[in-house]
Design a protein around this ligand. Structure first.
Ligand SMILES: [Zn+2]
Length: 149
């Protein structure tokens, strides 16, 4: 079925699918053409990552879990404890604050702040793109690739 439709489309001598007997295939042609085109061009597309979709799929709480973070204080959605970026887990200061609901962190010692992906990148000393791929792998989530044209 697919082969037949592609051949019809690529043969210029064939009339455009209209009122002929082949017209019943017309609705298929567009979708088949799109599929073929995208599969040919996909090879050359530079992949990017949809960071906002990634943050939707991996909340701050999951990142803290993967960092094996143990807060000293928990009040609702607010956590306080040692900073996983700048201090070892054995230290006792409360320089690090997390808003689980807002998916934000703040380090009062070094004025660092950001979202859960920033936290993963800084705690692991990775650039954002590498951190995103690494975080998805650790969290068992498929990387939300986007295609740039
Ligand atoms: Zn810090």
């Amino acid at each position: 079925m697919q082969r037949l439709i592609i051949r019809l489309k690529n043969n210029p001598k064939r009339p455009q699918l209209s009122s002929s007997a082949t017209s019943k295939h017309a609705p298929c042609v567009t979708s088949v053409r799109v599929n073929v085109t995208s599969s040919l061009f996909c090879i050359h597309i530079m992949p990017g990552i949809d960071y906002s979709l990634l943050r939707e799929q991996i909340p701050m709480a999951r990142v803290l879990e993967l960092l094996e973070y143990e807060p000293l204080e928990r009040r609702g959605d607010q956590l306080r404890g040692p900073c996983p970026i700048h201090e070892s887990q054995s230290a006792k200061p409360r320089t690090f604050s997390v808003d689980l609901a807002g998916n934000r962190f703040r380090c009062f010692k070094f004025q660092a702040q950001g979202n859960q992906l920033d936290l993963w990148a800084q705690a692991k000393s990775l650039d954002l793109h590498t951190a995103a791929k690494d975080l998805c792998q650790k969290a068992g989530v498929e990387v939300p690739w986007v295609t740039r044209w």
